[in-house]
Ligand binder design. Structure first.
Ligand SMILES: *[C@@H]1O[C@H](CO)[C@@H](O)[C@H](O)[C@H]1NC(C)=O
Ligand SMILES: *[C@@H]1O[C@H](CO)[C@@H](O)[C@H](O)[C@H]1NC(C)=O
Ligand SMILES: *[C@@H]1O[C@H](CO)[C@@H](O)[C@H](O)[C@H]1NC(C)=O
Ligand SMILES: *[C@@H]1O[C@H](CO)[C@@H](O)[C@H](O)[C@H]1NC(C)=O
Length: 453
């Protein structure tokens, strides 16, 4: 794996996201690798400003990103944190934050993030177990390139994060095995059968420490919204140990827990306990600052076991380039030291809670009978289940063409081609007024579709 290949992958990922997420039309790009079942867009080449291209009169409820309102608040935080950082004697003395960083990140950054996580989860997180990444997407790419090779097996929940499925399958060339879910999370009985069937046998070694990977989003799942129950987490850990599976746990929404008076749910890693007699450390908790401060910073981290920290330390990519995002990690560490990150999350969660209560009420009132969805306690997405015989791809097309609102067909989230009667609707990006207008338009589209059945 060389660096030029990685940067190509990065660019490709960006390109494919632009094509999938942008809603305006002019140039029709036919790039078959970028096309998702059920979700073909006619994409305009974007103005060179953000991933999402130009704003149009379409209400976009696909974007899983913080909205402009929250980014304006983040601007202020980042300015203050930057000023604070450059006022520190240690930074003034040797400008170390502008040097190549230590491979895993500086002690300051790792400790500040650990402190932030310890407070957030109410469970001690050690700085030694933190590895700085440049966002969760990079965290995934790093895990795939370091621990696996093309053709290796990765289990994914069905449905799952739609771009990760493409990335694992197309960019990494891995063999993606979908595992069914229920409303409660991954179906573990079926998962165990699939492990028996697909998990390769043979010895694990230091250079090949895992037979397969389980890619999952156990908290505020994208797109279904569930929180995996503790019993299931425990069973999963037992299975991972038995089968030497790397549990890649996507913990990007955990702190988008709207009820600010209660704690965020425990992360999956909690269940991979060092005190267990058969503990080896099979879990990576893949986190990002993208949803709770700014995606533009490209900062994330892994929280993992000493074993995995030692293995990734040997990465030549980290040796060559140093910490994946040293500078941004120091800025965010300063924001945490000043308490700004913590209060920002509270502000956002209060606003999300209010906004979602209002849009939920509107959806309850206006969506036709037979269309189901649950109230959100956290995360970014409503998962909308329509009657079995409805076609989500057609509903989404009708909604876009005639009612100027864009949602993601459920089938796009499924590596198995299931959930063709579902839709994913993001609550994150749009302000309340626009979100409600979008939900209203979607209601009209649903009624229209229903009248044709
Ligand atoms: C980590 O999280 C990011 C952001 O959600 C995701 O794109 C990426 O695929 C994740 N990596 C892994 C290994 O799960
Ligand atoms: C998804 O589809 C596959 C076949 O393609 C089927 O075996 C599986 O049970 C389906 N899962 C769900 C949850 O519908
Ligand atoms: C993955 O999960 C399984 C069970 O779900 C667990 O036994 C295993 O230890 C986990 N692996 C990691 C690396 O956490
Ligand atoms: C849904 O509609 C699309 C587009 O018309 C079509 O290609 C697809 O086969 C339909 N799916 C089902 C399950 O009927």
């Amino acid at each position: 794996m060389n660096l030029s290949r990685i940067s190509f992958r990065g660019n490709f990922l960006l390109l494919s996201r632009v094509l999938q997420l942008s809603s305006s039309r002019t140039v029709q790009l036919k790039y078959s690798r970028c096309q998702l079942r059920g979700f073909q867009t006619t994409a305009k080449m974007p103005v060179d400003k953000t991933l999402f291209g130009v704003e149009t009169d379409v209400v976009n409820l696909v974007k899983g990103a913080p909205g402009i309102r929250h980014l304006r608040l983040a601007t202020d935080i980042i300015q203050k944190a930057t000023q604070h950082l450059f006022s520190l004697d240690s930074v003034k003395d040797d400008s170390y934050v502008l040097q190549y960083g230590p491979r895993l990140g500086s002690t300051h950054a790792r400790d500040s993030i650990a402190k932030f996580l310890s407070e957030g989860y109410g469970d001690e997180v050690k700085g030694d177990n933190i590895v700085i990444t440049s966002g969760a997407t990079n965290g995934l790419a790093m895990a795939c390139t370091h621990f696996f090779k093309s053709g290796d097996v990765v289990f994914v929940e069905d449905p799952s994060y739609f771009i990760a499925i493409n990335m694992l399958k197309q960019d990494m060339g891995m063999k993606v095995i979908p595992v069914p879910t229920t409303e409660e999370g991954i179906d573990i009985d079926t998962y165990e059968k699939l492990l028996e069937q697909h998990c390769p046998s043979g010895k694990v070694t230091d250079t090949r420490p895992f037979r397969a990977m389980l890619y999952m989003i156990p908290t505020y799942h994208n797109p279904r919204g569930y929180i995996l129950p503790p019993e299931s987490c425990k069973r999963l850990v037992a299975l991972a140990r038995k089968y030497d599976v790397l549990n890649f746990s996507e913990d990007v929404y955990n702190f988008l827990h709207f009820d600010v008076d209660t704690r965020a749910p425990p992360r999956f890693l909690t269940y991979d306990k060092p005190s267990d007699p058969d503990y080896k450390g099979h879990t990576i908790s893949n986190c990002t600052i993208s949803k709770i401060l700014s995606p533009g910073l490209r900062l994330g981290w892994w929280e993992t076991s000493p074993r995995i920290v030692n293995l990734i330390f040997k990465s030549n990519i980290l040796w060559g380039a140093g910490c994946s995002n040293h500078y941004a990690s120091e800025i965010v560490a300063s924001a945490i030291d000043l308490g700004l990150q913590q209060s920002h999350i509270k502000t956002m969660n209060r606003e999300y809670q209010q906004k979602i209560a209002n849009v939920y009420a509107l959806m309850k009132e206006q969506f036709p009978e037979g269309v189901k969805f649950k109230h959100l306690q956290g995360g970014y997405f409503f998962w909308i289940e329509m009657p079995e015989n409805w076609n989500g791809t057609e509903v989404a097309k009708l909604a876009l063409d005639k009612y100027k609102v864009q949602v993601l067909p459920g089938i796009s989230c499924s590596a198995a081609g299931n959930y063709s009667n579902c839709l994913r609707m993001s609550i994150a990006y749009q302000d309340e007024d626009v979100l409600k207008e979008g939900a209203h338009r979607l209601a009209e589209a649903l009624k229209h579709y229903k009248s044709k059945q």
